[in-house]
Design a binder for this molecule. Structure first.
Ligand SMILES: Cc1ncc(COP(=O)(O)O)c(C=O)c1O
Length: 379
């Protein structure tokens, strides 16, 4: 967490709304991941926050990357400037996965020259990949339980386990190679049993594929690793312990294990500082209006089913109040039961743990620009 004093100084220097990214948190989260899951290579899910500076820090710290659009791919690839062609292609193969099961023909055509690993989950996609990106490596995404995860993903993507081997066969028959399987247990997955079930399901498919003559050597356990938004989220260490035990039991050492953590890497690195621009009393409750909102940094309230408690720098007796965003839309509500002391126009407020799925989807709605971004502790 960035100290309140520093946040305030930065807000005075740069103005508000100000999105502060603490790069020491990024390095710490990556180190934690590597420490507790030593067998799993983390591929940072760029979609959770595609800021080039964040990508650079994680690149320099040795992370690999999950990308899901050409733009994300190129942003990561730009870090390879100055490397030889061989180094570039080795990096793409070993450290980038294009983890979107549905890709347009144009995307595939452009991707093909880089020969990356790509995910797929259906038969039409196999035909498309064969036609437009035959040099890509394949990873079959399977559908796994997302029970209790805050953001459900299994209704949109993932092959049923019953059709997995057929889809693997179809790819080999078409002359392409399937390296392994991937899944996603849903984002902010606090029900660790989802991972356990997913690993068991994949181990079954590995066995079935082997019986059919196809050896799979890669398992991508996706994202979902929860950020510590509140005390109810069990420590990462506990999830890691479960994962390590199941991976050891179910998958021989020769199977390479990778993951696609987004939120876990970046959520705690971001803090938004904004300013009170209006104050009113409505139905006996204090209402504050700040110069950010759900169309801007706080969009995770809508898209990510997340809450970001608003905190003040000022001390004093707290009371329940409402905090609204700056636009004309009533949907632009940050919280109807925030807990703040009596504040005045121009006072700063802030929300922590807002680094994931926030700045990434900020808009210009109502003519208000996205928050300015400052990076600290970049080293
Ligand atoms: C394919 C894929 N991988 C990884 C992620 C990152 O997930 P998380 O932020 O929960 O780690 C997502 C999120 O939507 C995703 O769709």
């Amino acid at each position: 967490m960035v100290a309140a004093k520093i946040l305030k100084e930065l807000a005075k220097e740069h103005g508000t709304p100000l999105f502060v990214v603490d790069h020491s948190e990024l390095r710490k989260n990556l180190m934690q991941f590597n420490k507790y899951l030593p067998r799993v290579q983390p591929y940072y899910a760029v979609k959770s926050n595609p800021d080039p500076e964040i990508i650079r820090t994680l690149f320099n710290a040795g992370a690999a990357f999950d990308v899901a659009s050409i733009r994300e791919f190129k942003e990561v690839y730009s870090n390879l400037k100055g490397k030889s062609n061989k180094e570039k292609s080795d990096y793409v193969w070993n450290k980038i996965i294009y983890a979107h099961p549905i890709k347009s023909e144009e995307t595939l055509r452009e991707l093909n020259k880089y020969e990356p690993l790509v995910t797929y989950d259906n038969s039409e996609e196999v035909k498309k990949i064969k036609k437009f990106a035959p040099d890509a490596g394949l990873v079959l995404r399977v559908k796994v339980p997302n029970t209790g995860s805050v953001v459900e993903l299994s209704s949109k993507f993932g092959a049923d386990s019953g059709e997995a081997v057929e889809l693997i066969k179809q790819s080999f028959d078409a002359g392409m190679k399937v390296e392994g399987l991937s899944f996603h247990v849903g984002s902010q997955c606090t029900n660790f049993e989802n991972y356990v079930q997913a690993l068991n399901l994949c181990a079954g498919i590995f066995e079935e594929a082997e019986l059919a003559g196809y050896e799979l050597t890669l398992l991508d356990i996706g994202g979902g690793f929860p950020a510590p938004y509140n005390e109810d989220v069990e420590p990462f260490k506990l999830l890691a312990r479960k994962l390590n035990a199941e991976l050891k039991r179910l998958f021989p050492k020769k199977v390479e294990i990778i993951a696609e953590p987004g939120r876990f890497m970046v959520a705690t690195s971001g803090t938004i500082v904004s300013k009170i621009i209006g104050k009113a009393e409505r139905d006996g409750k204090k209402c504050y209006y700040i110069n950010d909102g759900v169309y801007h940094t706080y969009n995770g309230i809508i898209y990510d089913h997340c809450t970001y408690p608003v905190k003040s720098f000022k001390k004093g007796e707290k009371e329940v109040c409402a905090v609204f965003g700056q636009t004309c839309d009533a949907l632009d509500t940050i919280g109807l039961s925030e807990f703040l002391p009596d504040l005045n126009i121009n006072d700063f407020v802030y929300s922590e743990n807002i680094g994931a799925y926030s700045a990434a989807a900020s808009t210009w709605f109502n003519g208000f620009p996205p928050a300015k971004i400052v990076h600290i502790n970049q080293k």
